[in-house]
Design a binder for this molecule. Structure first.
Ligand code: SAH
Length: 366
């Protein structure tokens, strides 16, 4: 699919014509990654953050947040729950928190990999090359870092660099790939100032980066952030502004599946937040093949407020698990077995393009 066609679909509003896009994406999903819906148990281990992202409620300047950091034992308990529920992967996410030390993460990864069959995905923000290499060596399988928008000026304005350390997530993603991780990225949809051209660029960037996982979700304004306040003031109403709508999100999910057929694509919580009744199912029917049930202990759950009114805020892990299992069955799909690793990286390994640390305990064994 070329750029003109991507742009055309992004601007298509006719419900009947869009049916053709949904059908094409669903077929591409079925033919390339099958009917399995992989379950990744998400643990939000800390809401401390040193960054000042204009979109995110965890930004350091938001003094309205009570901060927490989970203990090793608490995270391991979540890992055991993930295993008990039959999930293939533990996703460990946090704000960018230097209080989460490199050695602590290495220990955590080693323990999860020794004590459970789970694949481990890390999503801890922009960390140093040495730390990333150490965690890979400890057995971490995947790393998630959204580039948020491929427009460098827009990115700079919503994701300020730290002093003396220019934020370049695209370059960092390439280094993460070179370390042998499966690499996940993604973007927000409907950021104030984001145009259709920008969004087409994002989808082309997904293809260029040859990503293993791609997560997209609508931008949801948070009142404790500059972008949230600007949105309330009517920012982002220009003619070429992409809406942060449910429909636009489905279009991007569908186009991403068509452009990157082998990649793993989650039906995100942000989508469920816009449409609790059926957002997850519609995402799964229009290209997605992954869901991420939340395992964060309920006492911390509401404190991880990247955006407000997040779906399923007060559900326990058990409830979240039961609900998602029911939703997957209701659309005739099956829960994935095993780690549900990347088919993309498999191709790259066969071509000899992927380096492996010598002592890697690979997830294919699990
Ligand atoms: N600190 C990590 C994890 C951030 S939270 C990192 O920076 O990678 C994960 C994702 O939530 C972000 O990458 C961003 O795309 C999304 N997010 C943050 N604030 C949001 C908002 N207001 N609306 C929608 N998505 C948001």
């Amino acid at each position: 699919m070329d750029r003109n066609e991507i742009l055309h679909w992004l601007k298509e509003e006719d419900a009947e014509r869009l049916e053709a896009l949904w059908a094409r994406a669903d077929r591409a999903r079925r033919e390339n990654v099958g009917d399995a819906v992989h379950l990744r148990g998400l643990v939000e281990i800390s809401n401390y953050c040193v960054r000042s992202c204009a979109y995110c409620g965890l930004r350091v300047g938001n003094s309205g947040v009570e901060r927490y950091r989970m203990s090793m034992e608490e995270v391991l308990e979540c890992a055991r729950t993930a295993e008990r529920f039959g999930y293939g992967t533990l996703v460990v996410q946090s704000g960018e928190d230097p209080g989460i030390g490199a050695d602590w993460v290495s220990d955590l990864v080693r323990r999860v990999k020794t004590e459970t069959p789970l694949a481990v995905t890390l999503s801890l923000g922009e960390r140093g090359d040495e730390e990333l290499a150490a965690w890979r060596k400890a057995g971490a399988d995947r790393y998630l870092l959204r580039f948020e928008t491929s427009n460098p000026n827009l990115y700079e304005s919503i994701h300020p660099s730290l002093p003396g350390r220019r934020s370049d997530r695209i370059a960092l993603l390439r280094r993460i790939r070179d370390l042998g991780y499966e690499v996940g990225s993604g973007a927000m949809i409907g950021i104030p100032g984001q145009t259709y051209e920008d969004l087409a660029d994002d989808i082309e960037m997904f293809r260029d980066l040859d990503l293993d996982m791609i997560g997209v979700g609508p931008f949801i304004p948070h009142p404790g952030t500059p972008l949230g306040l600007a949105a309330a003031d009517g920012a982002g109403c220009e003619a070429d502004q992409v809406p942060n709508s449910e429909l636009m999100t489905y279009k991007v999910v569908a186009l991403t599946r068509i452009v990157c057929p082998l990649t793993n694509i989650p039906s995100t919580t942000a989508l469920a937040t816009l449409n609790l009744a059926e957002g997850r199912e519609l995402g799964l029917s229009r290209g997605a093949n992954v869901v991420m049930p939340n395992l964060t202990p309920v006492e911390y759950r509401s404190l991880y407020e990247i955006y407000p009114a997040k779906a399923c805020l007060f559900e326990t892990g058990e409830e979240c698990h039961a609900c998602l299992s029911r939703r997957i069955a209701s659309i005739g799909r099956t829960p994935g077995q095993g780690p549900g690793g990347s088919l993309n990286i498999q191709l790259r390994r066969d071509r000899g393009e992927v380096s492996r640390p010598k002592d890697e305990r690979s997830s294919e064994a699990g």
